[in-house]
Write a protein that binds this ligand. Sequence first.
Ligand code: BG6
Length: 503
Amino acid sequence: MALRKDFLWGGAVAAHQLEGGWNAGGKGPSVADVMTAGSNGVERRITDGILPGENYPNHEAIDFYHRYKEDVALFAELGLNCFRTSIAWTRIFPNGDEEEPNEEGLQFYDDLFDECLKNGIEPVITLSHFELPYHLVTEYGGFANRKLIGFFVKFAETVFKRYKNKVKYWMTFNEINNQANFLRDFAPFTNSGLKFPADATAYDREKLMYQAAHYELVASAQAVKIGHQINPDFQIGSMIAMCPIYPQSSRPTDIMAAQVAMQRRYWFSDVHTRGHYPAYLESYFERKAFNLDRTAQDLADLAEGCVDYIGFSYYMSFAIKDQKIRAKEEGPASGHGTNLPTYKDEELGAPTFDYIEDRDLVRNEFVPASEWGWQIDPLGLRYSLNWFSERYDNIPLMIVENGFGAVDEVEEDGSIHDQYRIDYLKAHIQAMEDAVTYDGVNLLGYTPWGFIDLVSAGTGEMKKRYGFIYVDKDNEGNGTLARSKKDSFAWYQKVIASNGADL
Ligand code: BG6
């Protein structure tokens, strides 16, 4: 088997990471607009609103909002037949709870999608990509509040109706499962708009995360159902951050720890895809006495709103070791590398193997890592494709993010020789093609992340670059914003032109 003839070769971005124009055209502030710039190893700070004197890198980003026509021309030159981006929720509903949408925001995406379609590029759209209206955080507590279901569904319905003849492929919540890392502030805030009180315990955080994720899954299911009524041809997918968790060794407790860790990170796709909660999670909820607000109607909605395909990101794999053994060797993991509250090691060992992301993951000595510590493992992509395919009965899959964040050097003549990026992508595309050829996975497309340089979500940096297209801007916001082509540009052009045969 080879890649399908209509394979979607694209590139992926998110509105908040490239558009800028954070308050243009009636747009309201989103959660991304209150996050400062961090750096490698330094988390971004979440401020109380937008404060003077702080550096908010998403406010200008790469100014795609004003430059999209030139950029789309470059995307066409690259040969893309699809473009994955998100619709910034706060361009459409600036506060999130308005009765009527903002026409100027709707018109912006009409113009952008028309420009893409004119150039033979199909938009692939994420509805919520770390862009929750900030007002929904301050007024409602984010997705901890059931009312957010209605606000999200209204937003989804509005854009489904408006773009029903321009967009076919949709995804509901970007990397919904990042918040499995509930001890840190970043993922619960970007996924769900959760801010925890200073005295919140690890238990409080975990419970709230599950509650918010439940409301999101119900919102997603309702949106899928409504979307199919609006246009039966819509393909509406989930979006999962896939970092497969390998056991560090064949020690049975490492294997068991890996299995439980996979459950804690990937139950989200079970619910999205099968329409009900898996038994392993029901028993976990019972043991923890979470008593979540899940109504009979919610469960019916989940069953009726299963996704059509699974979109997922893949950058790296993880590895895990039995934490009791780790604790014996290294001592208790105090604070798990953060100042946040946490569970005690003795609360979490066998037989439960309860998983704490920051504490339990270990370095995999068999794979190298990027400057940002992301472990580079192309075969892990083939493994992930098989994992989804086996688990969900050969469901269609789309790799909607993959890429190599690296520092690029600009030569005196302006050229950028990013062979390291080509090497990374080549190996991953090969692994993806092997999964189709040898394992029969049903793959719709591939959209490498940040194919035009943009603001890093995790650190807020510009210098962590993924692009084939260079953007002249540094971490402090200096630069002309001029675009130029890296070596990888011509390489990806030829990959697309040969439908993946010429790597
Ligand atoms: C994913 C997100 O987590 O990875 C993107 O969907 C993000 O928004 C990408 O940019 C790469 O992560 P980072 O932190 O290098 O930007």
